[in-house]
Design a protein around this ligand. Structure first.
Ligand code: AMP
Ligand code: ZN
Length: 135
């Protein structure tokens, strides 16, 4: 009985946390996006402020706040993201691309829903200068 009394508000709290997430709202269609791919596990859309000719965000539908929250229980979501990336690349004829995940503030993570930047369409540098340090 006590469980029944407390379970409904608990579910509401859980849902509210997820609904406060920008990318959960994009998955739900509550906030518009330019979708490039979707399946049961993954949603991918164009980044609103692209830093390369091709700049997609590939995200798991399950809410995971950052890479540091990946566990044995939820890591299949990451495999699905990379499966989706390969499908997107093949479908769009993208032969070379970079996938980046920013985890935490110093790395530049601004949206706390695990996401992978897929960048392509430009010759990319690699080295300390490519970090774009802010200080
Ligand atoms: P990060 O800085 O790694 O957390 O990446 C967040 C990315 O989300 C940035 O590249 C933003 O440009 C992008 N972004 C923020 N809001 C939106 C939006 N409404 N639609 C598409 N991309 C967005
Ligand atoms: Zn979310």
């Amino acid at each position: 009985m006590i469980g029944a009394v407390f379970s409904a508000p608990y579910i509401l709290i859980q849902r509210r946390i997820i609904m406060d997430c920008l990318f959960c709202k994009i998955i739900d269609g509550e906030i518009p996006s330019t979708k490039v791919y979707e399946d049961e596990f993954v949603f991918a859309f164009k980044d609103i402020a692209p830093i390369a000719p091709v700049h997609y965000l590939i995200i798991p539908k399950v809410h995971i706040s950052c890479a540091n929250e990946i566990t044995e229980e939820n890591s299949n979501a990451v495999a699905k993201v990379f499966e989706a990336a390969a499908k997107i690349a093949k479908a769009e004829g993208i032969e070379s691309y970079r996938i980046i995940n920013n985890c935490g503030d110093d790395a530049g993570q601004t949206v706390k829903h695990l996401h992978f930047h897929m960048l392509a369409g430009i010759k990319m540098g690699w080295g300390p200068e490519s970090l774009g340090k802010t200080e």
